[in-house]
Each structure stands twice: as C-alpha cells, then as structure tokens.
Design a protein around this ligand. Structure first.
Ligand code: SF4
Length: 342
C-alpha cells in the first residue's frame, strides 16, 4: 500500500503541527488511523496526535459508530474527541428544520450539489474544535479516489480555508507554510493520504480482507450471527451487505444500498418518508424512500452491536508501509503519488 508523506505535510509535522485524524468508524478512516498511528510512533512525530469524530445523532447513524471510534483510538493509544453541533441539533433535526423553512418551494434534502448535511453536522463542529487545537493543524481524511469521480480529482493537500488566516488562504500549501507566522496566525491543511487505496487495501489495513468480508456476509445471510460477527475488526455495516459506513441512508447512497439499509432501519425510513410527504420532494431525485415503507424489514442481531476486540498487533498491520518523503512540487499530483513504490 502506498502511504506517502508529501513534503509540505512532513515539514508541518516537523514543525510540531497538531495531527487530527477525522474518523467515522468506517473502514477508510479506520485504516488511515491505524497506518498513521504506526507511522507517528515509529517516527516520533512531535506534535499532538488525536482522532476526531463528529456525532450526527442516533437517527441517521448506526448504533455502534461512537463505540467503534472509541475502541479504535484506545487500541492505538491516542485520544478521541467527539464533537457535536453547538445547538444540540442532530442531523435529523437540521433536515426537519429545512423542510419547514423551504415549505415545499424547493428540495429540502441534501444532495451531491448541496451538502449542507456534511457542513452542519460534521465540518462546522470539527472546525470549531480545530480552532482550539493549535495554530498549525493537519486535518487528515480517509477519502479515496475509487469512491467517485470527484474524489479521484482531489489533491493530496489543500489549505483548510475556513480556519486559516486570511492572508494564507489563497496560497499554495507550500507557500502558506513558508509564510506562516507561528503564534500570530493559524494555518490548517487538509491531507488525503489514502486517495489511491482500494477497498481491499483498506480492509487489509483494518486487519481483514475482501474474502473474509464475503464469507461473513454469507454466514450472516444464513443466520449464523456469532460466526458472522465474532472477530470482525471493521464496522458491522459491511457484514449487513453495505459497502459504505456513513449515514445509514445517505443522500449519496448508491440506489442498490438504500433498500438494504432501509431493511434494517425502518425507523429512519419512516422519518425520511414523513419529510418527503411534508415537502413534496423525494430524498434522492426520482428515488423516494417512502417506496420502502411497505418493504420487508429485518432486525439487526445483537451480535452486530457487540464491539469486537481488535487483532493482536493491530497497530502493526500496516508495518509494510514505508515512509516516503516527497519533494515539494509534486505533492499536489495524486496520479504521481499513486505510482510511487513503497
Ligand atoms: S453521510 Fe451522506 S447524508 Fe450523512 S452527512 Fe455525509 S453526505 Fe450527508
């Protein structure tokens, strides 16, 4: 697996930047957290290092999310900070308010073009925390190119403009770091270190594999719940048949996944269907969740909610990664990064 450190990130780490690992309990952020915790220990990164999770509330999330985030951070030996919206609203409350405000005049639901959900439930609370984390901060995210065309175009490193000093915002990351005045202003960088990783590679870095996942999915379908879930180190949502651990029903969910999630979450199907009815719009264009109201449901077995211990030597799962320093100038080019040997 490639896990390369762009020169500007290495320089920021060497200058004591706080490294914030943004985690969701999904496989991508779990894999990234594990690999970076190992690198940090091996190379004695000098600044603070912690995981951060934005809790969106129980209605849209899976019951095990926060527990898994806690387990993963504890196993790796760094703190986890769980943040919420200031006004205490969950994601469901935020969307319900938008349904009321828009009053049927325009679509009230989040979409790829209007990700107010991510901003209000995740980005804003995380930014509030990062403002207090220091004046040089690296926010690390587990986005992968394989997930969408937009993500495939993402650079490895950008400036997190919302919480960086005005005069640094429009510079290149390398220029901003060179111009940054410690103690006088804040510079925050966003870093996507696992853009080039595949589904199989992230499972491997979690201590699992695609073959194991498929076997466990089959056991789950057969009703062998103990065998399906015992010892599985990643989120149980993958065993239920979903490829993403996100909001159980996400505005970006693949059409195939919404009925699978809805089967296990009739509570969320009802909540979204009520908002569809009140607004006159469907959750995804041409794909109303209310169509699932009469679908068969299935309860989530208790075994899925039991937090599984992680494998021994969990932090060493990624120990075959090498520590590659990249020269300045190619740090923005993920196509180059993905070809570099490890
Ligand atoms: S997981 Fe989906 S619905 Fe939930 S906040 Fe993110 S984009 Fe919005």
């Amino acid at each position: 697996m490639n896990l390369t450190i762009p020169a500007v990130i290495q320089a920021a780490i060497d200058r004591g930047a706080a490294v914030a690992i943004s985690v969701s309990a999904g496989k991508d952020s779990q894999a990234m957290e594990q690999a970076l915790a190992w690198l940090r220990e091996r190379h004695q990164w000098p600044g603070p290092f912690f995981a951060i999770h934005a809790d969106i509330g129980p209605e849209f999330d899976w019951a095990w999310t926060v527990q898994l985030c806690r387990r993963n951070a504890k196993a790796l030996g760094h703190p986890l900070h769980v943040v919420h919206r200031d006004n205490g609203d969950t994601l469901l409350h935020t969307i319900q308010k938008r349904v009321a405000v828009t009053a049927g005049t325009k679509p009230p639901f989040p979409s790829a073009a209007c990700r107010f959900c991510t901003r209000s439930a995740k980005t804003d609370p995380i930014n509030k925390f990062l403002r207090r984390a220091g004046d040089l901060v690296i926010n690390v995210m587990g986005l992968r190119a394989e997930e969408s065309r937009n993500r495939a175009k993402l650079p490895q490193v950008t400036i997190r403009k919302e919480i960086s000093a005005e005069r640094l915002k429009n510079l290149l990351p390398e220029e901003a770091l060179a111009a940054w005045r410690p103690g006088k202003e804040r510079l925050a960088l966003d870093w996507n270190p696992i853009l080039g990783w595949t589904f199989g590679q992230v499972l491997q870095a979690c201590g699992a594999s695609l073959t194991e996942m498929e076997s466990r999915r089959a056991l789950f379908q057969l009703g062998c719940y103990d065998m399906a879930f015992t010892g599985w180190p990643a989120s149980p949502t993958y065993i239920l048949g979903l490829d993403r651990h996100s909001c159980a029903i996400c505005c970006m969910s693949a059409r195939r996944e919404i009925p699978i999630a809805g089967r296990f979450r009739p509570d969320l199907v009802r909540a979204i269907a009520e908002m569809e009815q009140a607004s006159g719009f469907s959750w995804q264009k041409g794909n109303p969740v209310s169509a699932l109201l009469s679908a068969e449901t299935r309860s989530i077995p208790a075994q899925a909610g039991q937090v599984q211990p992680l494998p021994q030597r969990y932090k060493g799962v990624g120990s075959h990664n090498t520590y590659t320093r990249l020269p300045a100038g190619i740090a923005q080019n993920s196509a180059v990064l993905s070809r570099l040997p490890i």
